[in-house]
Design a protein around this ligand. Sequence first.
Ligand code: ASP
Length: 607
Amino acid sequence: MYRTHTCGNLRLSDKNNVVTLAGWVQTVRKFGAITFVDLRDRYGITQLLFGEELTKQLDENPLGREYVLQAIGIVNERSNKNLNIPTGEIEIAVSSFSILNKSAVPPFTIQDDTDGGDDLRMKYRYLDLRRNAVKKNIELRYAVNRAARNYLHSQGFMDIETPFLIKSTPEGARDFVVPSRMNQGEFYALPQSPQTFKQLLMVSGYDRYYQIVKCFRDEDLRADRQPEFTQIDCEMAFVEQEDILNMFEGLVKSVFKDVKNIDYTESVQRMTWEDAMWNYGNDKPDIRFDIKLLNLKKPVTVYTDKSDNAVLINNADFKVFDEAETVIAISVPGCSEYSRKQTDELTEWVKRPQIGMKGLVFIKVNADGTYKSSVDKFYSEEKLKAIADAAGAKPGDLILILAGAEERTRKAISELRLEMAERLNLRKKDEYKLLWVVDFPLFEYDEESSRWVARHHPFTSPKPTHIDIMINNSQVIENAAEYLKHPYANIKANAYDMVLNGNEIGGGSIRIFQRTLQEKMFAALGMSAEEARHKFGFLLGAFEYGAPPHGGIAFGFDRLCAILGGSESIRDFIAFPKNNSGRDVMLDAPSAIDEKQMKELGIKIGS
Ligand code: ASP
């Protein structure tokens, strides 16, 4: 037997027992004639004491870091206790030991504060995974996985695997493709998600499906994306949107409870997409803090019938506002006493290329009720007061205003809102706030190809009252600049996203389940009947054999873990992640394949 206990097991109550431990050498400390060794495994660290005789043996055969060691000895009470670790009251007085394997000197220290840089740790990921800081993330991932499975199982969901070698399912990204040796010249695609399969399972009668499943998307990798990532993918039959929202807020609450022991009892707030865009400038607002936008000039792409507050800034001869497509303000609590240096620094912040604004206008609402602004020349105190009142500012608050091109300004003010909240510590790590964003637009205008594309995916159903608009209009746009006037701009979908602390953690929709409507949808997306049959004949066919009404959702599992682990990066929660260029630096993949393989596959690399 290699071990009787783990390195995290033993306590004072085990005193005088003879035990066998096995693990990795974390540190070796020699004190005169005796030696202390910290032995580590997945469960913890236990101190070993080597007496004089054994220390002599160690002198001849020294232990190195990360050696694999087995030690037999008696559990003793430690004179010098370390109450910071669970095993810190005991040590093992070693009577015999054996080196099970040696280790080369590791390229970085296996400690919480390692000296290894990112690339080095990724190259030796199997060593990085030994570090406590990484192990804790992998454990959390498993806890989230278990909690999700337990909940879904308790609700009657079945885990059903779906294939990885499939035909492309367009979901907005590029496919990874796999050549077929047996069908030369033909390729499989790796699934961007199991979308069509889960819908087919509904047709087959498996009315509650889930899978914690890998998805593959060949996208340009923004900071926190991976080419292969994991979803908690779910689908239900005989449901309406309300059923789905209730079921899956139950899932997330259950994960909170099991993993973080958080009782999230309040019901999850719902917000329409238009309200989110109007009040927060984006569709995944962080609602842990209550700063809302004041639209001083209506952003037209939000297609809302809300009226703006342009009267507050008009007729002041202030060109910057007059000429801007959009003007948006936020009121930041308690910052009216910002110094010149601080407002200058904020101005520089919004001018950074990532934010891309030309400048920042501010109004200080002083504690004594007076106003001081960077636009005093143009706006009287009375006018400043009117803006401040509309922004909901109180004495002591600081109003920040951005003006410019619509899309950019809206993004910039969203970022500024988050930045100010960060600076004011309003984005508390241990506070979790869920939100459903509903009623998304069905289509999205793609400027590059000058056409409407599905905002979620082509299987999402329009709101029943908007079906006619879809059917009675074609997607042809005469004047691209005026795409917002096209009837498709107004069609809303039965689609929803779940947002946690400003991150989209899940998204889904009620699906189309009738062949004719699905065909109309493909047509609306500019697909010919021929093309639709070629790409989706299997689904259209299935819809002819009694497809039930259905809908579903998929959660970004890696992201959910990262948020619950208090981290910005999903990579930290994936055992073997890829780097920002999509490479596995440990495997050195992707890599060339040899001539013989190429030949078998019938592939030639172009010159
Ligand atoms: N398949 C969708 C996605 O990956 C999720 C869904 O609609 O259920 O985003």
